[in-house]
Design a protein around this ligand. Sequence first.
Ligand code: HEC
Length: 439
Amino acid sequence: MNLLLTTLAEMPVPRDLPLPLPLPATLLKVLLVLFFLVHILFVNLTVGASLLVTIFEFMGRKPGRERYDDLALAFAKTVTVNKSLAVVMGIGPLLCINLVYTLQWYGANALTGHAWLLIIPLVTTAFLLTYLHKYQWESWRHGRRKILHLATGAAATLLFLCIPFIFLANANLMLFPGEWEKVIGFFSALQVGNVLPRYLHFLLASVALSSLFGAWWFWREDAPVPGFTREQLRRTFYGVAAAATACQFLAGPLLLLTLPGIGITGRLYAIIIPSAALGLLTLLLLLKKWHGPDSELGREHGLIWILFSVVVLGMGSGRHAYREAALATQTAAIAERSAAYEKALADFNESHHEQAIPTESPEQLFATCGACHAPDHRLVGPPLQEIARIYANNPAGIVAWAKAPGKKRPDYPQMPPFAHLGDDKLRLIADYLLATAPK
Ligand code: HEC
């Protein structure tokens, strides 16, 4: 309780935006988790595959090991496609998170400032380098140029490693508004929560997923890369996927143990533990394939994907459960503040409205007309004396004229209409005019 109070006291509590959500909040949250998983799938495939491409290319640089260079090229061709999908699929979750967690998300964006804005030039540069790397493969294959080629690929990979790190720092920072006051820019944001274990978890997932993808991609045809059989490739990729998944059993608990207590709930464990158990099953299956005979390699690939997907869905839901719990105090405080603000606003409007309903006297109302009409001499308009003669005992005639004045006197300008005052007020004015005009 005490902890909760201090956190709330230190927490900035902004007011919510007084705009309705375009969809129910729960639906937006479900969409956020699903859209995010689709996006992160392609991010994983981009980051993991570009890392593996760099490693394969490095392995293939020695004479006699060119087949690794070919493998790197074949895999690199998938990176450019997947990176485009990662970007396009990023729009959905970005829109959802903007809507559901507007204040926390923009708060974190603003605090990481320059690094956040850097994402755009970094992504652009990474893309251009990836294309350069892919299209210059043949012409930069030999001699010194190969070093340049390797460096280009490595630079793109490095950028692909940095971009999710910035995103992650933001997504992490938004969970801990109690810490916002300590944050000045990107690097200090890294000290909040547990960015590094989260990043490690993400990186291993990228390698595991990309390897699983490789195991599928290179299985489609016979001899997909010169020098390798499809069995060899599938076995290699299964092996890498197994190694990365095994590491998750260290990285996962590390992540869980370093998570700030504020978002840890029974619900989180109820989601994470069964998912981890399925992850273990996936790992065992991968190891079995990796060790087993060639004849076994063609089977159960779909099952591995299904298991993997369920694990990822579990992890994504766990992540959401943590976010909801971590932000619960602030969300409630924001709702309370918004409600208080809305009430104050309504109260003010009400009292203001009472004042605005005028109990103006006919004399005050007539002042509008008095600007142009004097009692017994010409001003802008004719004198009241003249008007009273024309409209004696006919106040309704004055009302009708004032609502839609005609053009009567050639030596006078046109009178502006006063229909906006309404019949009631105009009638009060007309009666007053007729009563007070000099005879
Ligand atoms: C901006 C100046 C101006 C204001 C304000 C003004 N009038 Fe006039 N009014 C005129 C002018 C000019 C004429 C003469 C127009 C004409 O004869 O073509 C006129 C003419 C009239 C006439 C004579 C119509 C007739 O049949 O000869 C009436 C009645 C009249 N105004 C009523 C009012 C009332 C009531 C108001 C206030 C709600 C008002 N006026 C405000 C400029 C004004």
